[in-house]
Design a binder for this molecule. Structure first.
Ligand code: AMP
Ligand code: MG
Length: 341
C-alpha cells in the first residue's frame, strides 16, 4: 500500500479527514503520542487498525472526540463526576471509561460494554477529528509491542506502507499515553497512569481516586511470549496493560534505590559491559522533572534501537505522580528487569 504523507495545512487536514470518513487509516499527532486513526463507529475500519498494528483484538481502542458535546453520542453515562473531569481536564491527556451506547461497535471496545473516550488538545488532532465528523479510534501509531511514537519519523519507521496516510506535525509534548480512569462506578479508578495524576484527579473530584491493584504489582514475565503468564494473578482491568510493551531491542536493566548508590552501580555495570565490548546507553533523568523523562523516554528507546545499543542501564525515578507513570512504562520496557541497590 502507498502511504500518503501529509503536513498540517488546512488542505492536508481536509484530505486526511476524507480518508477517515471513507473508512481508511490515518496516523496523526496528538499531545500524548501519535495516534493511528479510524472511524470508531465503523467496525471494518477499526478492524484494519488491529491488522496494521498487529494488535491483539481484545485490546480496546480509545474513541477520540473534538467537542464535549460529542460525549453523548457514545455514552449515556455522563455522571456529575464525569462532567467535572470533562470540565477540568478536557481537552487534554485524560481518557475516561464509561458505559458504551449500542452504536459503539464491539470491535472498538474489544468486546466490552464500556468505551474509553478522550478529547485531545493538540490542534491538529482536534481539526482532523472535527473535519471527519465522527469519533476516531486512535491507539498509538506503532507496531504492537514497540515503543509508542512521539515524532512523525517514528510513525513512518513503523507504519509506512501499512496505512493510508500519515500526518506529520510537531513532536509530542507529553510523550506518554493518556491517563485512563474508569468512571463506570462511584469509585473512580486509574487503569493506566499518565501525566494527569491521581492527586490532580482526586482534587478535582473532591474524593479519593484508587489505582487498579494490578498497577501496583510487578508481574513475573519469565514466559517471554509477550503475554504475561497465564497462571499469574496479574489481571489488569484495562486489557492493554497485560501485554508486554515498549520493548527496545537492547537488554535493559533498571537500577532502583538511593540515587548515589544507583549512579555508582550504573558506573560499575557500564565499565563491566564496556570490557565485554558491548555498546552501553545510560538513562538517568532528573528526579525533580519527571515530565521531561515522560517527553523523552520513548524517543530514547527508539534511538537506542537505531544506533545498535546492546544494553540500556536506567536509573529509576520516584514512583509517585508523573514519576509513577514514567516508571510504569520503564518497568515494562525492561521486562521488569530490576536491580535494587
Ligand atoms: P492505546 O490505544 O494504545 O493508547 O491503549 C488504550 C488503553 O486503554 C489500553 O490499555 C486499553 O486496554 C484501555 N482501554 C480502552 N478501552 C477500555 C475499556 N472500555 N475498559 C478498560 N480499558 C480500556
Ligand atoms: Mg499503545
Amino acid at each position: 500500500m502507498d502511504t500518503r504523507i501529509f503536513g498540517t495545512t488546512e488542505q492536508d487536514i481536509m484530505q486526511a479527514a476524507e480518508i477517515l470518513k471513507s473508512g481508511g487509516l490515518v496516523a496523526f499527532p496528538t499531545e500524548t503520542v501519535y495516534g493511528l486513526g479510524a472511524n470508531a463507529l465503523d467496525p471494518e475500519a477499526v478492524g484494519k487498525v488491529y491488522a496494521a498494528k498487529g494488535r491483539p483484538s481484545d485490546n480496546p481502542m480509545i474513541a477520540h472526540i473534538s467537542s464535549k458535546d460529542d460525549m453523548g453520542l457514545l455514552t449515556d453515562g455522563i455522571t456529575a463526576d464525569v462532567e467535572k473531569l470533562m470540565e477540568v481536564f478536557w481537552p487534554g491527556p485524560l481518557t475516561m471509561v464509561v458505559p458504551a451506547k449500542p452504536v459503539v461497535p464491539k470491535v472498538t471496545t474489544g468486546g466490552l460494554d464500556t468505551v474509553a473516550v478522550r478529547m485531545p488538545s493538540d490542534p491538529v488532532a482536534a481539526a482532523i477529528i472535527s473535519a471527519s465528523g465522527v469519533p476516531i479510534a486512535a491507539p498509538s501509531a506503532n507496531l504492537s509491542g514497540r515503543p509508542s511514537p512521539t515524532t512523525g519519523r517514528h510513525v513512518i519507521d513503523d507504519l509506512d506502507g501499512r496505512i493510508d496516510a500519515i500526518v506529520i506535525g510537531s513532536d509530542c509534548q507529553v510523550g506518554i499515553e493518556s491517563t485512563v480512569i474508569d468512571m463506570t462506578s462511584d469509585q473512580p479508578m486509574i487503569l493506566r497512569p499518565g501525566i494527569i495524576t491521581a492527586q490532580q484527579l482526586s482534587q478535582a473530584l473532591g474524593k479519593e481516586v484508587t489505582f487498579d491493584p494490578a498497577l501496583l504489582q510487578k508481574p513475573d514475565t519469565s514466559a517471554g511470549s509477550g503475554l504475561l503468564e497465564a497462571g499469574s494473578d496479574f489481571r489488569p482491568k484495562s486489557p492493554g496493560m497485560k501485554y508486554k510493551h515498549y520493548a527496545p531491542k537492547a537488554e535493559m536493566i533498571i537500577f532502583q534505590g538511593d540515587r548515589q548508590n544507583v549512579a555508582m552501580a550504573i558506573a560499575e555495570e557500564k565499565m563491566k559491559r564496556a570490557q565485554w565490548e558491548q555498546k552501553v546507553e545510560v538513562i538517568m533523568y532528573d528526579e525533580e522533572h519527571p515530565e521531561e523523562a515522560a517527553k523523552e523516554f520513548f524517543a530514547k528507546l527508539r534511538a537506542c534501537d537505531k544506533s545498535g545499543v546492546d544494553v540500556i542501564l536506567a536509573a529509576a525515578l520516584k514512583e509517585d505522580g508523573i514519576g509513577f507513570a514514567v516508571m510504569n512504562r520503564m518497568f515494562k520496557s525492561a521486562g521488569y528487569n530490576i536491580v535494587n541497590v
